[in-house]
Design a protein around this ligand. Structure first.
Ligand SMILES: [Zn+2]
Length: 105
C-alpha cells in the first residue's frame, strides 16, 4: 500500500491508499464516522463558540498549532447547526422553568 492522496474535510483528514499489487484504492479517515463522539469539526466550532469566539479566532489557534484550518463555509455550517441546537435547548429549559413557576402561584 502507498499513499496516493490526502483529503481534507475541515479538520477531518482522509488518506487514500493504493495497493501496489491489485491497484485497489481505499480512504482511511482520521475519525470513525460511526463513533458516538462529537465529530472534530463540530467540536472545534462548538469550542470556539463556547469562549465567545468566531472563525478568525479558530484560524489563529489552528495556525499557532500549524494545523490547516477549515473553510469559513464549513465553520458557518457548523455554527448554524450548533446555534439551532443551543436555542432549542434554551427554549426547552425556559419552558421547564415556567411550568415550575406556575405551580408556585
Ligand atoms: Zn492488493
Amino acid at each position: 500500500m502507498r499513499i496516493v492522496f490526502e483529503v481534507r474535510k475541515g479538520l477531518r483528514i482522509g488518506i487514500e491508499l493504493k495497493c501496489n499489487t491489485c491497484f485497489i484504492t481505499e480512504i482511511v479517515w482520521s475519525e470513525n464516522p460511526y463513533s458516538d463522539k462529537m465529530p472534530i469539526n463540530t467540536a472545534a466550532v462548538s469550542g470556539i463558540m463556547t469562549i465567545g469566539g468566531g472563525y478568525s479566532n479558530l484560524e489563529d489557534i489552528l495556525s499557532a498549532l500549524d494545523i490547516p484550518s477549515m473553510t469559513s463555509h464549513t465553520f458557518q455550517k457548523g455554527h448554524s447547526r450548533i446555534s439551532a441546537t443551543w436555542e432549542e435547548t434554551a427554549a426547552q429549559s425556559s419552558n421547564g422553568r415556567e411550568t415550575t413557576g406556575d405551580r408556585g402561584r
